[in-house]
Structures are given as C-alpha cells and as structure tokens.
Write a protein that binds this ligand. Structure first.
Ligand code: 1GP
Length: 271
C-alpha cells in the first residue's frame, strides 16, 4: 500500500500546526488568468492550499489551462523552492477532473452516493489517467450533506442529515477503516448552512486523518465554528468570486487559527 507522498505529508504537517484555509477554484467560473489572480490574492490573504475542481466540470482543456496558470504563479512566488510552494491539488467531481499539471489529486470516493459510479466506477475509469500523469494521489472519503447542491444532485447522494451527527460518525469510521487518510465533509457549494459544528466535532472524535470541511463558509464566524469543531482544512469557494473578497478571506484565516476539538490518539487496536 502506498503511504503519504510529499504533498500529503505537507498537508498533514500544516494541519498539525492548526486549522488552515484552502481556496477552491472551479474552472467553470474562472478564466486561467483570473484563476491565477484569484489564487494570488487568496494566498496573500492566508490560504495555504489551492484546490481546483467542481461537480459539473466537462472541459479538461480548461482545467489544464487553469491549473497551469495557477501553478506558474505559485512557482514564481516561491522563488523556485518546492518547500515554499502553495500546493495546487485537484478536487475532481468526475473523470474529467484529472490534470497532469497539478501537484496532487484528492482521489475521492463519494461514500454516501446511491450510485456505484461515484463510489468506485469513476475512480476505476480515471485511475489510468492518474497513473500516467504520475501525480500524487491522496485517498479521500467524500461525504455530502443536505440537499439542493450540485454535489448532492450530480453525485446522487443519499445526503446525510445535518441534525444526525451519528450518521456522519459511522461513515467517518468506515472511511478510516478503508484506509482513507483524508475525509471531506461537504455541505455543497453555496450552502445556506455550513456543516454543523456538532457534526464536525463528532467526526473529529473518531477520525485522526486530515479532516476537510466546506460548503457555505463565507464569514469569519462560520470558519471559526468549523475550526473549533476540529476541521483541519476549511474550504472557501464561492466567496472568491465576490469583488474585494481578500479582506473577508484574511479575517476568515485569522478566525480559523484556534482548534477546539483535539484529534483522537490512535490506540493499540487502531480504533
Ligand atoms: C464546495 O465545499 C466547497 O465543494 C466550497 O463551498 O463554494 O460554498 O465555499 P463554497
């Protein structure tokens, strides 16, 4: 079995220092130049990770162009020192979400989909492209909450109810026992209600991998709640499309510094 690669180790080390912000760019919403500009502003405002992807992405050429533009920018800012580069990581919604220009891919399974295609079908079809591209693969469980989002609709999710943290916990345990070192709790892009803090906290208590939380986080208060619940990476997407988002993102970064719920310590039986 493959262990964590360079980018995943970087994410783990960053997470160990405290919660951090990821800026999510959907190539459907940005030209390559605008994506690079937006990534630059997000990094200046404190984002430590750039995610590229979306649920309805169909054009792989556009994905390539966006990833290359963003990568050129992050490379030039780091003075060509790989250790200072902000990683550009793919967040695919389908087999069209693979680009060899990225640093890594969140190789995810939508665990609560009702359609096996989104649990293992797309992964099998996309795997050869990941293999050929030689990009690092980060195994991730993806859990979708609530209804009405593109992630829930496209992924045919049996969406997890917001008020039942125990259901999220059993999926988190399943992800952990399947060896998924990263878990993403998704409320859906533009969600009216982000993932509830009690859900994040309940999952955090049983899951020691990298915990990503996203969907509907547009304010420092919402980000602080996610951080205090125990999120390692807090994803901000939609907000990046608002003019002058940098000020709010900077406040979001500052508000996310404090972690509330500690990670569980792994026991002898790995429970
Ligand atoms: C969507 O969780 C992400 O997949 C981000 O959501 O666009 O609402 O920030 P927002």
């Amino acid at each position: 079995m493959i262990g964590p690669g360079r980018i995943e180790k970087h994410l783990i080390e960053t997470a160990n220092r405290g919660p951090t912000i990821a800026a999510l760019l959907d190539p459907e919403d940005f030209s390559p130049r605008k994506a690079a500009e937006t990534a630059a502003k997000a990094i200046t405002a404190g984002a430590s990770l750039i995610l590229v992807g979306g649920s309805t992405l169909a054009n792989q050429n556009k994905l390539d162009a966006v990833v290359r533009a963003v990568k050129n920018h992050t490379k030039s800012r780091s003075g060509h020192s790989k250790s200072h580069e902000v990683p550009v990581v793919l967040f695919p919604g389908n087999i069209t979400g693979v680009s060899r220009h990225a640093d890594a891919i969140l190789f995810s399974s939508l665990l609560n989909s009702t359609n096996p295609y989104f649990i293992i079908g797309a992964q099998a079809l996309g795997a050869i492209e990941v293999y050929k591209s030689k990009i690092e693969s980060i195994p991730m469980g993806y859990l979708v909450f609530g209804s009405g989002s593109a992630a829930s609709f496209i992924g045919q999710a049996n969406s997890l109810p917001a008020a039942k943290p125990n259901l999220a916990v059993i999926y988190a345990l399943a992800a952990k026992y399947l060896g998924m070192r990263t878990l993403y709790l998704e409320a859906g892009s533009g969600a009216g209600e982000p993932i509830a803090q009690e859900t994040i906290r309940a999952v955090r208590k049983v899951y020691e991998g990298v915990l990503i939380v996203g969907g509907g986080i547009t304010t420092p208060a919402a980000a602080a709640k996610a951080a205090q619940g125990g999120a390692d990476i807090i994803v901000v997407g939609n907000l990046l499309q608002s003019p002058g988002f940098e000020g709010t993102l900077e406040q979001i970064t500052k508000a996310s510094k404090r972690r509330g719920t500690p990670k569980p310590t792994t026991t002898r039986s790995q429970n």
